[in-house]
Ligand binder design. Structure first.
Ligand code: WTA
Length: 660
């Protein structure tokens, strides 16, 4: 099924990977990023970033590039003023590109819409006027809970335009997940739709909003886009988008906000149960998303057609669908649906239809495409593709090679981009016209970025050695904190290597002999399922909230398709009844998690166990459970309070595998 050229064998042992792919002379000659970029940044980092900030339109220029005196709270381009939405929309119209298509939107059922920059300006202006009419302005928080339709992008840009913070919540999350994210940041408005298409059928979305809003008193209004024409219950907080927004004037004068004016909050999983509201601000964030998008993807605004397959519910959708690309006057594809609706060639059909030249996706999807077979992309004309990107988790060399051969025609450079919700923009990635790429390695920090692999003591490891990934210099798009929780911000990211002043990313990494960086996954208990970070604690809490469950422990076990799959170990309550461990009951538990958090967090497998392995201080030893979940011999059990527990667990499992 997979075609591994070269040595003719599938190489997924990172240690033995030695192939490199230099850029073609032709690509290098036309590339946006030149080798000098590294030297320039090294010579004077702040001057380098100041130059990158000139990519944007500043209403008032900054007087200081970086203020790090109040570390770990950075200020970039201090004193500068700009409007983020103006930079992403209006200035392109003013420079004579109003007729250029900004968004080729492709709906799941096959409807489509081409939106020019002039039209985008009108739509965003109307939406901004609508927000103002609802009394939403600077510093207000707006929750956006929508499928991938153009209005979601209009809504985000309208918030930016009036200085409100958007809090986008993935449309696949449950009512409960939405409620906690609305409440934590006290959103005044929710923007949503009646329903969304899920694999060809309309599914209601608004009922989840109704449920969430019932428990979130900060919400004053709910603005509803009609997408599926699904019948919805109506409350006195509800307003139809087509009634309010469409009747607004299509002109709106953007106001310039401070460079450090907050732009958005995006919730992400941490090791403790409560999701963290990652806060990003304006000038530095837009500078780095714009700079990285230009150099890493080599975007040529007049000729390229770009497509990032992420959902706007994740940071990739924020930085590489909305802000980076639009600030660079992209023409991009936005697709509403799933990759196999109505058939497994849907993405390639879209690439062919629009002549997509830059394609940015996640390893989990590449592995899914591999499973579906190379004959599917082979049916389409993919010759327009010239740059491929990957993000979200380490990409295994086999998938990388498959991607290059079967999607990139054996020649398109692949940029493996490492970054996080917290970093706001790409931090580590090859520059496609400069660096010889290596399958499976994100390689080196971008010019202007400082990253290192260090040992427990914070000392940089030798080439060939492994350790923790840290960021040793502040960067423009760095998070400015966790919403409402300064202590947690310091603890989570800045305490581990506090002495050295390094940001701790939570990822393991190693250097190869050339000093290139290879990412090795999360070192904490956060799982990475299909490129999405899910905390073990959250899933455990959801399981324990079910009446039959006494205790639960969750681990991420390696999974051929999704990177990691969620495996849960549960202890049932004494009175739970004989059927509580049966197939039906297990299914009910899985559904319960889906309801509490969302289908993405549904455990792949639930095992009923008599005990959980714990240390004397009561900490669950997930490492041992991971051994079980991955069918390995169980590791060192000497720190367990009761070392016979693992025998009990392993014995009980022989007869009980509840996978579906
Ligand atoms: C992982 C997504 C290896 C990593 C943009 C990180 C990666 C987490 C890569 C952030 C990559 C992301 N190679 N691992 N190219 N990209 N990761 O916040 O563990 O959803 O810490 O941001 O994804 O996930 P987040």
């Amino acid at each position: 099924m997979t075609q591994s050229p070269g040595q003719g064998q599938a190489l997924d042992n990172l240690l033995t990977e030695s192939r490199t792919f230099p850029p073609s002379a032709e690509f290098a000659a036309q590339a946006n990023a030149r080798p000098e970029l590294y030297e320039e940044a090294k010579a004077d980092r702040e001057a380098f970033w100041a130059k990158q900030a000139e990519r944007l339109h500043w209403e008032t220029k900054w007087d200081q590039v970086l203020d790090w005196s109040n570390a770990p709270f950075a200020k970039w381009f201090v004193g500068g003023k700009l409007n983020v939405a103006y930079n992403c929309v209006d200035r392109h119209v003013e420079s004579g590109h109003g007729d250029q298509v900004a968004i080729h939107w492709e709906g799941e059922p096959g409807d489509s819409r081409a939106i020019t920059y002039a039209e985008l300006q009108r739509e965003v202006s109307k939406a901004a006027n609508a927000l103002a009419s609802l009394g939403i302005g600077a510093e207000d928080r707006v929750a956006i809970y929508m499928p991938m339709i153009p209005e979601a992008i209009f809504a985000m840009l309208a918030c930016a335009r009036v200085g409100a913070l958007h809090n986008v919540v993935f449309g696949g999350f449950s009512a409960e997940a939405l409620r906690t994210r609305i409440q934590d940041s006290a959103c005044r408005l929710v923007i949503t739709t009646d329903g969304q298409y899920r694999r060809g059928t309309p599914a209601p979305l608004k009922p989840a909003v109704d449920e969430a809003v019932a428990g979130a008193p900060s919400v004053e209004k709910v603005l509803v886009v009609k997408r599926t024409d699904t019948e919805v219950a109506w409350t006195d907080k509800d307003v139809w988008w087509h009634e309010l927004v469409d009747s607004q004037p299509d002109q709106h004068t953007p106001e310039a906000f401070d460079s450090e004016h907050p732009l958005f909050i995006l919730y992400t999983s941490g090791t403790t149960g409560k999701p963290k509201g990652i806060l990003h601000t304006s000038g530095g964030y837009l500078t780095q998303t714009s700079y990285t998008h230009h150099n890493v993807f080599d975007l040529k605004p007049d000729t390229d057609v770009y497509w990032c397959t992420a959902d706007i519910g994740w940071v990739t959708g924020h930085s590489y669908i909305v802000y980076g690309p639009l600030s660079n006057r992209v023409t991009q594809v936005v697709y509403e649906g799933t990759p196999n609706t109505p058939h497994e060639g849907r993405h390639w059909e879209i690439v062919q239809k629009y002549g997509v030249s830059i394609y940015y996706t996640a390893p989990t999807l590449i592995r899914t495409f591999m499973k579906w077979g190379a004959d599917i992309p082979a049916k389409y004309d993919l010759s327009s593709l010239r740059v491929l990107g990957s993000v979200g988790e380490p990409i295994n060399p086999e998938a990388w090679i498959w991607y290059r051969e079967n999607v990139g025609g054996g020649k398109a450079p692949i940029v493996d981009t490492w970054w996080q919700t917290e970093t706001g923009a790409i931090m580590i990635s090859p520059l496609p016209g400069v660096v010889s790429t290596k399958p499976g390695s994100a390689q080196r920090p971008l010019p202007g970025i400082g990253a290192k692999v260090v040992n427990d003591e914070g000392v940089e490891v030798e080439h060939g050695g492994g350790g923790y990934l840290v960021l040793d210099e502040p960067w423009p798009s760095m998070l400015r904190g966790i919403w409402g929780d300064e202590e947690r911000y310091r603890d989570t990211y800045w305490s581990r290597f506090g002495e050295q002043g390094f940001y701790f990313a939570g990822d393991g990494a190693k250097y190869d002999d050339d000093g290139d960086i290879w990412l090795l996954g999360r070192v904490d208990d956060v799982m990475n399922v299909s490129g999405h970070r899910i905390s073990t604690t959250e899933v455990e809490s959801a399981l324990v909230s079910h009446p039959t469950v006494a205790e639960a422990a969750v681990v991420g076990a390696s999974d051929a398709t999704t990177g990691q799959g969620i495996v849960a170990f549960v202890i049932l309550r004494g009175g739970a009844g004989d059927d509580a461990g049966g197939a039906e009951a297990i299914k009910a538990l899985r559904d319960h998690v889906a309801k509490e958090i969302g289908p993405i967090a549904k455990p792949r497998q639930i095992m009923v166990v008599p005990e959980l392995p714990k240390t004397r201080s009561g900490k669950i030893m997930r490492r041992l459970l991971r051994d079980v979940a991955e069918n390995r011999a169980v590791g060192d059990v000497t720190t367990l309070a009761d070392s016979s527990v693992m025998d009990l667990i392993s014995a009980g499992l022989q007869s009980d595998k509840s996978e579906d």
